[in-house]
Design a binder for this molecule. Structure first.
Ligand SMILES: NC(=O)c1ccc[n+]([C@@H]2O[C@H](COP(=O)([O-])OP(=O)(O)OC[C@H]3O[C@@H](n4cnc5c(N)ncnc54)[C@H](OP(=O)(O)O)[C@@H]3O)[C@@H](O)[C@H]2O)c1
Length: 304
């Protein structure tokens, strides 16, 4: 199987992450990076120092796809230019709701006209979070989803939780829900052999936490967590079709650009199997995101 030749447009946080992922993969080739003319002379950081930087996509010769990593207002123009050159595209502009649908329709028309494929909204949000939100709603059709975003820096140490027997370190953060209620998230790193469930019960039933809804999560490394830039909690309370109450919870802490890059690169693997027009992540079969590999490689998660 021939390797896919990809270009990255824009070398900001997302572009850098996409470039490194492509560079380190076994099945993709980073053909080059398109940058603003004023940035062309800047050398790229390792391990990308030998990668070509150009000011226009036409300088890169034949490529199979381009990942657009530009500020949102510049994405349509870049998409238009790339599609005119018959280059399939992936993008993940920070657009939601009606604005996202209009953006998708605009790219769909251009891609269809040029008989090229495009994958839009292929990041974290929009992207995988939109997909998971939709799946939560499929599982509990009558209900309400609440998504709370929080930066890692809002976390602070909690002496109460840290002093509990079995707890090595702890962080807490407080957020307002959509209904104005306060919710607390307590993250704990345990000492070896400590029992998470009993420590969790001690925390949620302590008078300090009793008045507010408190969610306790176990993490491996509190110090590493403090470095993380972004956190999300998605909670859905609702009824299944049979009428029973369900609670679904997703909690994550991660570098958003790196996660979005992971999705963009996966979407790029799907480009050759897509027909002309634009699809969002929601329209794609999940298997397409594995491209031709379908099987695990050493760089991917172990499925067994
Ligand atoms: N869906 C998601 O989950 C998700 C997550 C993260 C980001 N995004 C989207 O991805 C895009 C890139 O995000 P980012 O965090 O990488 O942004 P960034 O760090 O600001 O980088 C944007 C890059 O675009 C290039 N650029 C071209 N024209 C520019 C101009 N007039 N002003 C500034 N930069 C210009 C620059 O690259 P050169 O210096 O190489 O020219 C710049 O480094 C945004 O549209 C953002 O909304 C989406």
């Amino acid at each position: 199987m021939e390797k896919l030749r990809l270009a990255v447009i824009g070398f900001g946080k997302l572009g850098k992450a996409c470039s490194e992922l492509i560079f380190k993969s076994n099945d993709l080739i980073l053909t080059g990076i398109v940058r603003r003319p004023l940035k062309i002379e800047e050398s790229l950081p390792a391990p990308l120092s030998k990668i070509r930087t150009v000011s226009h996509i036409s300088e890169l010769g034949e490529i199979d796809g381009a990942l657009i990593c530009l500020p949102t207002p510049f994405i349509i123009e870049a998409a238009h230019n790339l599609l005119q050159h018959k280059i399939p595209i992936v993008e993940c502009a920070d657009l939601h709701g009606k604005a996202f649908m209009e953006h998708k329709a605009q790219i769909y028309r251009m891609a269809r006209h040029q008989k090229v494929s495009a994958i839009v909204g292929a990041g974290w949000d929009p992207g995988v979070l939109s997909l998971l939100r939709s799946l939560f709603a499929v599982l509990t059709p009558k209900g309400e989803t609440q998504i709370t975003h929080h930066p890692g820096v809002s976390l602070h140490h909690t002496i109460f939780a840290r002093d509990l027997s079995g707890v090595k370190d702890a962080l807490t953060t407080e957020l307002k829900t959509m209904n104005g209620k306060t919710q607390r998230y307590v993250y704990i790193e345990l000492k070896q052999g400590a029992d998470f469930e009993s420590i969790k019960q001690t925390i949620v039933s302590d008078p300090l936490f009793l008045n507010e809804e408190t969610l306790v999560f176990q993490v491996n490394d509190i110090a590493a967590m403090e470095q993380k830039e972004y956190g999300v909690v998605m909670e859905r309370k609702g009824l299944s079709g049979l009428g029973d109450h369900q609670l679904l919870l997703l909690e994550g802490r991660f570098n958003k650009a790196n996660l979005a890059a992971q999705v963009m690169v996966a979407a790029a693997r799907a480009l050759p199997t897509r027909k002309r027009g634009a699809l969002s992540l929601m329209d794609l079969p999940i298997g397409a995101l594995w491209g031709d590999r379908q099987r695990r490689s050493e760089s991917e998660e172990n499925w067994t």
